[in-house]
Design a protein around this ligand. Sequence first.
Ligand SMILES: NC(=O)c1ccc[n+]([C@@H]2O[C@H](COP(=O)([O-])OP(=O)(O)OC[C@H]3O[C@@H](n4cnc5c(N)ncnc54)[C@H](OP(=O)(O)O)[C@@H]3O)[C@@H](O)[C@H]2O)c1
Length: 369
Amino acid sequence: MTKSATKDGTTRYAQKFAGRAANGHFREAHRLVLSSIGIGTYLGQPDTRTDEGYAAAVAAAVESGINVIDAAINYRFQRSERSIGAAIQQLAAKGLAREEFVICTKGGYLTPDGSMPADPNEYFFREYIQPGVFTAKDIAAGSHCMTPKFLKNQLGRSLKNLGVECVDIYYLHNPESQLSEVSKEDFLNRVREAFTFLESAVEAEEIQYYGMATWNGFRQDARARDAMQLGEMVQIAQEIAGGLHHFRFVQLPFNLGMTEALTLGNQSLKGRDRTIMEAASELDITLIASASLLQGQVARNLPGFVAEALGLENDAERALQFVRSSPGITTALVGMSRVEHVKANARLLRVAPATVDEFTKLFSRGEGA
Ligand SMILES: NC(=O)c1ccc[n+]([C@@H]2O[C@H](COP(=O)([O-])OP(=O)(O)OC[C@H]3O[C@@H](n4cnc5c(N)ncnc54)[C@H](OP(=O)(O)O)[C@@H]3O)[C@@H](O)[C@H]2O)c1
């Protein structure tokens, strides 16, 4: 039985929606076919009601034409990964094969298991320090670690939580948070060690690709202390594994209120300033947008020119349409713990991404407003 998403499986998945999904909804990246909308599982309480909500929402999403599922081990104290695991079991019972959908998760943040322990220090000591998974000096900013030993431990836990043998995209979670206290040189050494481990996890078929899921790292001025250069990251991957390296995905926030990925030339490539979208395209890295609705804030009360440029029925659709239509974004992740939001957002499947004209109109009107 296949352990991961495959080109054949994801292509077959897309073909099932022929006639229901508009041209441009499914996109190919690194031998996988990904939907232009993905389901995220970050927000919400660590409780049973939210667990059940996410499990139902993930199953409904995959049944509706959304085949990218995003988690992180620390989301809701590992409960979001477990909710996805429950959804995968429901989907398998309905005949959906593992190779049809793309499972993504992240490691880097220390997290408790299921709920906040009465004494967190005692928990982390017993669970991690005593068995030698990390030492105090491996931890940055009080909560972040990306040593090979820790990542190996976290990946093992994620595979178990998700109930899968292989994660399709494994991200280092907000690696730039280390730069608040680690020098650039030390940081790049830590990235090198992490990538070396991640290449070995590809070899062991526990992950298919790896990447970086970031918040500020690729979104601000190049001189900021926690700014990163994509070219440097790719060079490290190439030094470890050559041209066939598996560092192929970057996640970053992109939405109507955070447009830097498209507009800010903060990347330097071959001596020229580039946006992260341009740099990613040149370096063969696929961009996945997070927080597509700015955590719900751009799902309503948008200025009138957005409706004039993009049409559609409501602001949530317009906000999501903006992200999935942006050049350089392959999948727009939306957090959905409710099936009603999956149904609402899946209506966009029938709509082709905005044309360059519609997109340009949005920007020219936006500047004048
Ligand atoms: N640094 C990182 O790695 C990072 C950071 C942030 C996010 N992410 C990823 O990106 C995903 C998306 O970001 P996010 O969840 O933070 O924020 P988001 O997608 O911008 O917004 C999610 C919120 O919007 C609501 N929503 C969804 N569809 C809606 C609709 N049609 N109308 C009105 N409200 C709607 C959701 O409600 P319900 O939950 O009630 O359905 C939820 O409260 C995350 O889940 C996570 O997987 C990664």
